[in-house]
Design a protein around this ligand. Structure first.
Ligand code: ZN
Length: 215
């Protein structure tokens, strides 16, 4: 029912993330803090809270009412004000990180951090039978544990070549299962209700993903 005003000069997602990554790393003075250790959604939430403290507690988004009145769209500009404290991350179940290849064999994935997540769009469009180098590295990087029945191996303790060999031998089906994990990674979201001041239509807008919160 609503259309965002799309600004042609918008930075692409990876540029946004790179800028934010530097901002957060520079803002947090805790010794040993490394922004690369945060899961992408924790990073997003942290960024929004830093922004709330430093700039404004609300984010204003400009929309246009597309509700049809007498056969024509209303076109009334609408400003949505989102209270940053109301933005949440729908955390997935712990078990979502578990990917089963057979009844007993599988991996426990780590959520990608802010640097890794930038590589996902290209990964998702790569075909499973031509696993490209980027996808290959991404999967290897995100596997936290490999389990085989009762045995659990911490990927950090497995020699790198062994992990690469393991990933290299994943079947197309295994690969698809990992793909599903990557498509379900949560992101920051907010649900906003706004009535159009012109036609009165009551809009419910779901805003999801960090870059969606900025025009
Ligand atoms: Zn309207």
């Amino acid at each position: 029912m609503l259309m965002a005003n799309v600004d042609g000069t918008k930075m692409d997602d990876s540029e946004v993330y790179e800028t934010l990554r530097q901002v957060i790393q520079n803002c947090i003075l805790t010794e040993g803090f490394n922004v690369e250790d945060l899961a992408s959604f924790d990073f997003e939430l942290l960024f929004l809270h830093l922004r709330a403290k430093s700039i404004s507690e609300t984010v204003a988004l400009n929309y246009v009412c597309t509700n049809e009145v007498d056969g024509a769209p209303c076109n009334q500009p609408l400003e949505l004000n989102i209270d940053i404290s109301k933005i949440t991350v729908q955390r997935p179940d712990k078990d979502d990180r578990k990917v089963f290849f057979t009844d007993t064999l599988g991996v426990i994935m780590n959520y990608p951090n802010v640097t890794t997540i930038k590589k996902i769009p290209q990964f998702l469009t790569s075909r499973s039978d031509t696993l490209n180098e980027g996808a290959f590295a991404l999967i290897t990087e995100c596997i936290g544990f490999v389990f085989d029945g009762e045995k659990i191996h911490d990927a950090r303790e497995v020699p790198k070549e062994e992990m690469e060999d393991f990933v290299e031998h994943l079947s197309t089906q295994d690969y698809e299962k990992i793909l599903t994990f990557f498509t379900k990674i949560p992101s920051v979201r907010a649900r906003v209700e706004k009535a159009c001041s012109k036609c009165g239509f009551s809009h419910v807008v779901e805003v999801e993903g960090l870059t969606s919160f900025f025009d």
